[in-house]
Design a protein around this ligand. Structure first.
Ligand SMILES: Cc1cc2nc3c(=O)[nH]c(=O)nc-3n(C[C@H](O)[C@H](O)[C@H](O)COP(=O)(O)O)c2cc1C
Length: 303
């Protein structure tokens, strides 16, 4: 779908919501849901009006009327075979419905997360920043989810010489196993204005990616700050989180929580919001008395 030109932040929801209303209306009827259920569990592919009417114990004209509504929304398709018309669920339309519902869900969750953040930090805007590296986009999506859910700042570090899919698994893996630091942009990351640092990296060979090792060294003004670290991986985080903690502690940063997301966690469209919930549950600023969170620039909030 083309990005919406009317409003920058709506995620196309301003177009999707009215379309969803028609689909919800078509599905918001017990008999029509039963028809969808019967069609979706049918293996013969030969269900017609008379068979549906017999199973539902309602008249054939009533079934025809319900099928007309479902067909108008594209949820059900039909094929003619001689005198008979057979009905099936429209797979593509169902997938589109699910994708749209997930988009709405993610948007609603973002708002819920912002409310959760407001409740967790009443009258005390916390200035937070996510510093992350992402090679193939998974960690970036999670970091953006945290930003969307909380309004915090993002700093993405990039390697000066990009990895290819070959060099990531050859040079990159060797460097991560050595705990090396890749040359990165930006070369310095000033975090002096933040109360909380959230540091994210993909796992490479059970360790933090070399770019995030460099990012930790590039932090300026981090001494005495609180941090939460997270990794994304397939399902083997190895020692990535403890190593990241150690390198931050060597920079005099206190790590209050370590969170590992596997492939399934990261697939959740609200992965960033979910991570934020875990961060809030860990209460990373618990040592900090109210009013000690810096000068308090509420525009640059907030976790
Ligand atoms: C070079 C390389 C090494 C990897 N090593 C591991 C690993 O040791 N354990 C694991 O579970 N996943 C590993 N992965 C998978 C990534 O950690 C995972 O896909 C991650 O979510 C990717 O994040 P990104 O898209 O932000 O780069 C590796 C991926 C690459 C490219």
């Amino acid at each position: 779908m083309e990005p919406c030109k009317k409003c920058a932040e709506c995620n196309n929801l301003c177009e999707i919501v009215p379309q969803m209303a028609g689909t919800f209306k078509a599905l918001g009827d017990l008999t029509r849901l039963q028809i969808i259920y019967i069609l979706s569990t049918d293996t013969s592919g030969t269900l017609g009006v008379s068979e549906l009417a017999a199973r539902l114990k309602i008249s054939q004209p009533a079934v025809s009327q319900h099928l007309k509504t479902l067909k108008a929304e594209g949820l059900v398709g039909s094929r003619r075979d001689g005198f008979y018309v057979y009905y099936t669920v429209n797979r593509e339309r169902m997938m589109e419905f699910r994708n749209r519902f997930e988009l709405m869900y993610a948007s609603v969750m973002q708002q819920c997360s912002r409310e959760m953040v407001r409740k967790a930090t009443p009258g005390r805007p916390v200035r937070a920043c996510v510093v992350f590296y992402s090679y193939s986009g998974v960690t970036r999506r999670v970091a953006e989810g945290i930003r969307n859910a909380s309004g915090c700042d993002l700093v993405e570090v990039r390697t000066r010489a990009p990895y290819s899919s070959f060099t990531a698994y050859t040079t990159g893996v060797v460097r991560s196993r050595k705990g090396a630091c890749d040359p990165i942009e930006p070369g310095e990351i000033d975090v002096s204005g933040y109360d909380l640092l959230i540091i994210g990296t993909p796992v490479w060979a059970w360790k933090p990616a070399p770019a995030i090792n460099a990012a930790v060294q590039a932090l300026r003004g981090c001494e005495g700050k609180m941090a939460v670290v997270f990794t994304t991986c397939i399902n083997q985080p190895g020692e990535a989180l403890p190593l990241l903690r150690k390198s931050l502690e060597e920079r005099d940063v206190t790590v209050m929580a370590e969170i590992s997301l596997n492939q399934d966690d990261a697939k959740n469209p609200d992965a960033g919001g979910e991570l934020l919930r875990q961060i809030i549950a860990a209460n990373p600023l618990r040592g900090m008395a109210d009013g000690e969170t810096g000068e308090g620039n509420s525009e640059n909030a907030d976790v």
